[in-house]
Design a protein around this ligand. Structure first.
Ligand SMILES: *[C@@H]1O[C@H](CO)[C@@H](O)[C@H](O)[C@H]1NC(C)=O
Ligand SMILES: *[C@@H]1O[C@H](CO)[C@@H](O)[C@H](O)[C@H]1NC(C)=O
Length: 405
């Protein structure tokens, strides 16, 4: 009986602590903007309803875009880029997309393969001889890009101070020892993925560009893609004020979303590895950090830009005007590839499947139960089974309760 009483007191206190401060939060009018093609009006309606019903943070901001059969059919945004300054989210608001950046990095590598400058089955060391240190001589490009190289244990803290010096960064990455026999296990290379991809690309590219420079010259400029790996400082005024999840949102998520509760519980029980600790959104707001190239996590762009890229890929790699981004052969190879990360299976109860740096949504339910969580975690979705082909992206400024890096 005493236990029950205590339990009730704990619950009531938790509710008071979490809900009551919400009553003082300033409410703001709901604003949404943008356009949809005829027939897609229900999408815009639902997007607005998300703000009205609190599925979206009432003080947050977000953007959603869809390319269908190569054309833009949905381009909408809403909420606030900065609630403290009462600055609404607008057409040009850019935000950091975290792991969605990995899909863009994987695309750069795929384009190098397409041009015959890289081969997925050659060793990384054949392009980058210093990489052959400490048992890494047999690691292939495929293993590296499929998160199988055993180099997952590098965190942002290890490399942040090196991001301004590509040579020093390359030396650091070349020295690192694999944690497991390369190729035998797959574990998400949360931070190191893009850093290795960039160093590899730099060595195979005749112009010796970094991945961010390659992206700018080969994708952003020719295809009109408003996405940046290394944000030019003069674009910083378009960046929103990022916010982590409030205690209220955590609590609400815990009691309303059984999958979330399960993930949290199992993660605590199993202990998250160093590279899977919750990311601090606010850390990614400083211009000093965003100007640096970190092609694993700190790409900055609009939903429209990313949707356009996936829209082109979903249509065989060529724009409606006949401009080729990637050959259909390489796209087919990416889609055919399937490597499963079992380390995610424990906390999430479903495996994550990688295909040459992209993520495949094998677990269909993930999309129906928590679309934001999954698109945000691994926004690099290329779904060959979605019919008809389209690229769609939902970006937001305020973190949902759970995000891992
Ligand atoms: C790399 O492959 C060669 C040839 O199969 C083998 O002799 C060597 O031990 C391998 N190196 C490592 C570090 O596994
Ligand atoms: C992984 O990183 C942690 C923290 O830096 C370190 O303690 C641990 O030894 C590393 N493990 C491996 C296998 O390198």
């Amino acid at each position: 009986m005493a236990f029950m009483t205590n339990a009730v007191i704990v619950c009531v206190t938790a509710v008071l602590v979490v809900y009551v401060p919400e009553l003082w939060t300033k409410t703001r009018p709901i604003i949404t903007g943008g356009t949809v093609q005829q027939g897609f009006e229900p999408v815009a309606k639902l997007f607005r309803e998300n703000f009205e019903t609190g599925v979206e943070y009432p003080t947050g901001g977000s953007a959603f875009s869809v390319y269908y059969k190569g054309s833009k059919v949905v381009d909408i945004w809403g909420g606030y880029a900065d609630t403290e300054a009462d600055r609404p989210w607008n057409e040009d608001t850019l935000t950091v997309v975290f792991s969605t950046t990995k899909g863009m990095a994987a695309l750069c590598i795929a384009m190098m393969v397409d041009r015959g400058l890289l081969d997925y089955d050659k060793t990384v060391a054949s392009y980058w001889p210093e990489f052959a240190q400490n048992g890494k001589e047999n690691i292939t490009v495929r293993m590296l890009i499929n998160h199988q190289a055993g180099l997952a244990n590098i965190t942002d803290d290890d490399t942040l101070h090196l991001l301004g010096d590509q040579d020093a960064l390359g030396e650091f990455l070349a020295r690192h020892s694999p944690e497991w026999e390369p190729g035998t296990t797959l574990r998400y290379h949360a931070f190191s993925f893009g850093l290795y991809a960039s160093q590899l690309l730099r060595r195979a590219d005749p112009k010796h560009r970094t991945l961010g420079q390659f992206f700018k010259e080969e994708i952003a400029q020719p295809f009109g893609i408003d996405f940046h790996i290394g944000l030019p400082l003069e674009l910083y005024h378009r960046f929103p004020r990022l916010k982590g999840a409030s205690r209220y949102m955590w609590f609400k998520e815990l009691i309303t979303n059984p999958v979330f509760g399960k993930i949290m519980w199992q993660s605590l029980a199993s202990g998250l590895s160093a590279s899977l600790k919750p990311i601090q959104f606010e850390d990614y707001m400083s211009p000093e950090r965003l100007i640096l190239e970190q092609p694993s996590v700190s790409g900055v762009g609009t939903a429209r830009a990313i949707a356009k890229v996936y829209g082109v890929l979903a249509n065989g790699g060529t724009t409606t005007k006949g401009q080729r981004l990637l050959s259909n052969d390489v796209i087919k190879e990416i889609i055919a590839e399937k490597r499963t990360d079992k380390s995610f299976q424990k906390p999430t109860e479903f495996p994550i499947t990688f295909s040459l740096g992209f993520v495949k949504s094998e677990y269909k339910e993930s999309c129906s139960c928590r679309p934001l969580l999954f698109s945000f975690l691994f926004g690099c979705l290329l779904d060959s089974e979605v019919n008809p082909p389209h690229g769609s992206v939902y970006l937001l400024r305020q973190r949902n309760a759970f995000a891992i890096r």
